[in-house]
Design a protein around this ligand. Structure first.
Ligand code: COI
Length: 379
């Protein structure tokens, strides 16, 4: 085996540090429409490994039309967030999780893997350079989009001999136009998001385009997102582009918070993992305001019959989605087999479990609560 170089942050070239673009006021931000002044690019070839990391003005990439990314979906991405405190401190949330997942995704489609710590160092440099773009207002942050594409110029289907890793950043507010208002789901059986043995557990670009038409069909029927089901039992998997949580009340008053297990149809979400860990810590005595005193947390299979039954018995407590973009998003209605399952929510839209978890996660992300998950970038 010939050893080729890994990503080396000490080689970083910063081509330009100017900040020429005008920033929009927070109220005008639409998710992922505005980008900061700079981007990071790192080329790779199979012969010489990872090349020189460059931070340069945000702008178009020049790619040959035969590049594998355009034909066979050699593309994967991550979503991360940076926050800026009043004193200027910039923080990233659990970047190690994104780096690990990005490497898993790369390995799945034969794109090159890399040293996640090295890429995190470079991302820190980028977000600190563009830190004036990070909104400070509550609910706002900088969305970071690391992306890896195959750039080999060839139409043969095979591993790409060339690749490009790039990172762009976008100041964002709440993901849904409706803010933290609950969303309505259409439980869809006509389409599947992911199948066993497929790629649903990897953050590949190819998983997202096929969800757009089902979402539009759901929207036509008055629902905001799809609830993705699988198999004859109608097992619940994900909601829209988010992981799914359902809370049930048991006869003894205990609340069970359930999320489908990580198999190959469920994406290993960073917010999913964070919500699970926080809810488990709550059960172990590190109480989170709003969460039920007696809470158990399960990763187990859920089927639509469980929800129908719970609605009938009045034991359906809450349903919500988790993801980096929206963080936590409450669900108040699920259209299923011609009728609507109605789900309780709270006074501010979010039910108490969703609200408790959202508040704890955001307080860690912003640095209000000190926690090892929040990593200072500006040091
Ligand atoms: C999420 O953060 O929930 C996402 O999946 C990001 C989305 C914009 C694709």
């Amino acid at each position: 085996i010939i050893q080729v170089p890994d990503i080396d942050p000490s080689l970083l070239q910063i081509q330009n540090t100017e900040s020429p673009k005008t920033r929009l006021p927070n109220s005008k931000l639409i998710f992922g429409k505005t980008f900061t002044d700079h981007m990071l690019t790192i080329p790779w070839t199979s012969a010489s490994g990872w090349g020189t990391p460059v931070i340069k003005p945000y702008g178009p990439l020049e790619l040959d039309p035969s590049s594998t990314v355009f034909h066979y979906a050699f593309t994967l991405f991550e979503g991360m967030k940076a926050y800026r405190q009043e004193d200027g401190t910039v923080r990233l949330f659990r970047p190690d999780m994104n780096m690990a997942r990005m490497n898993r995704s790369a390995a799945r489609i034969a794109l090159p893997t890399f040293d996640g710590k090295a890429l995190t160092e470079l991302i820190k440099k980028l977000v600190v350079l563009d830190s004036e773009w990070i909104p400070k207002e509550k609910g706002y942050s900088l969305y970071i989009r690391p992306t890896l594409i195959g750039t080999q110029n060839a139409l043969g289907v095979g591993p790409s001999s060339d690749a490009l890793l790039f990172v762009i950043c976008s100041p964002v507010g709440p993901y849904y136009a409706s803010g933290f208002k609950p969303v309505q789901l259409l439980a869809t059986t006509k389409f599947v998001r992911a199948a066993p043995g497929g790629t649903g557990g990897y953050k590949l670009g190819a998983n997202y385009a096929p969800g757009v038409v089902p979402q539009a069909e759901a929207a036509k029927e008055g629902y905001s997102q799809n609830l993705w089901l699988l198999g004859e039992e109608h097992a619940l998997t994900e909601v829209g582009t988010m992981n799914l949580f359902v809370a049930f009340r048991k006869p003894d008053g205990t609340v069970e918070l359930v999320t489908p297990p990580l198999d190959d149809v469920v994406l290993p979400g960073v917010t999913r993992d964070s919500a699970l860990q926080l809810a488990r810590e709550h059960s172990d005595g590190q109480a989170i305001p709003g969460l039920p005193e007696k809470l158990i947390v399960s990763e187990r299979k859920l089927i639509m019959a469980d929800l129908v039954e719970a609605e009938k018995n009045g034991t359906l407590v809450e349903v919500f989605g988790t993801g980096t973009a929206a963080i936590v998003s409450a669900v108040d209605k699920i259209g299923y087999e011609g009728r609507d399952i109605i789900i309780p929510t709270g006074p501010e839209g979010l039910g108490p479990i969703a609200k408790g978890i959202l508040d704890r996660i955001t307080s860690i992300q912003t640095g209000e609560t000190e926690h090892p998950w929040s990593v200072v970038a500006s040091e």
